[in-house]
Design a protein around this ligand. Structure first.
Ligand SMILES: [Ca+2]
Ligand SMILES: [Ca+2]
Length: 295
């Protein structure tokens, strides 16, 4: 099996849409954030740009350590399309879940090497952290900073339990690993990103009955808090040699300069890892770029 196939399949398989409808959930209206939405720096829209093509803004995922691709104008380019446009010497800003984390120059992308010749790495002029995302371009890519909150909150444990039961795990061991509050689109209403994982025997080639890993979004839609699945796999029964993945959010940043923050999810399995960038479109979440490496 190739890592590329696994990470693509794992990332794409989980796009589904559920309604939980817990109206008591505390997603609060944040008027201070709303007031700030007017001052975002945005990249010029295509219709505002000159006849010269805009320079590519590369996107690099730390932890998985690979070039996601880039944005040019309003286009998302995957790594293979972006790489020829990245000559080396581009300036990147680094972002973790805690906020901006410095800047540096990147060199020309090069192959990670066997067994992932198609995955590309970029070396930086400074030693960045091991987390988060590197973003080229000049816009403010982190107009809002997520609040990293308590993983024992009952409302999110209950939301996770409902998802697990709906996906066939009758008596789930609910283990939240991350609860992040962030206003993704800057409309003054916070969303909540929840990660939950239970691999009873740790990550291995096999899954035990009741194992799962998921990242989902809680979002206020037309007066109801709803659940939007982003990445997920559920094992109501044990599976052999299926290479289960564990998922968590490693960055939340505006990767294309439109003012809406994207979500970077890191996934790993027993013999590889990957990063997948998702964007919010209205009330849906879709994958835009991914990279990784596995045996
Ligand atoms: Ca929002
Ligand atoms: Ca964006």
């Amino acid at each position: 099996m190739t890592g590329t196939n696994i990470f693509r399949a794992g990332a794409v398989a989980a796009l589904a849409f559920f309604i939980i409808g817990n109206q008591n959930e505390n997603i609060r209206l944040n008027t201070r954030v709303a007031a700030e939405t007017k001052s975002y720096e945005r990249a010029p829209l295509a219709k505002e740009s000159s006849t010269m093509p805009e320079a590519i803004a590369p996107l690099f995922a730390f932890k998985a350590g690979c070039l996601l691709g880039g944005v040019m104008g309003k286009q998302w380019l995957d790594a293979q399309k972006a790489a020829p446009l990245i000559k080396g010497g581009e300036r990147y800003r680094f972002y973790t879940l805690d906020g901006p984390a410095g800047a540096g120059e990147g060199d020309k992308p090069s192959s990670i090497g066997a067994p992932c010749e198609d995955s590309l790495e970029v070396r930086f002029s400074v030693t960045p952290g091991k987390q988060g995302i590197a973003i080229g371009g000049e816009w403010n890519a982190m107009p809002r900073i997520p609040a990293i909150t308590d993983t024992l909150q009952t409302v999110y444990r209950e939301a996770a339990a409902a998802i697990l039961k709906k996906n066939g795990i009758r008596n789930p061991r609910v283990k939240l690993t991350q609860v992040l509050r962030i206003d993704l689109e800057g409309d003054g209403v916070e969303e909540v990103l929840v990660s939950a994982t239970n691999y009873a025997g740790g990550l291995s080639p096999d899954a035990k009955a009741g194992d799962y890993s998921t990242v989902f979004l809680r979002k206020l839609i037309a007066g109801r808090v709803e659940t939007i699945m982003i990445a997920a796999e559920f094992y109501p029964t044990a599976k052999k040699f299926n290479a289960p993945n564990e998922y968590a959010v490693t960055a939340i940043a505006d990767a294309d300069g439109d003012g809406i923050m994207e979500i970077l999810i890191y996934g790993y399995y027993y013999e590889g890892h990957f990063s997948t960038l998702y964007r919010l479109i209205g009330n849906k979440v879709e994958e835009v770029l991914a990279c990784g490496c596995g045996a």
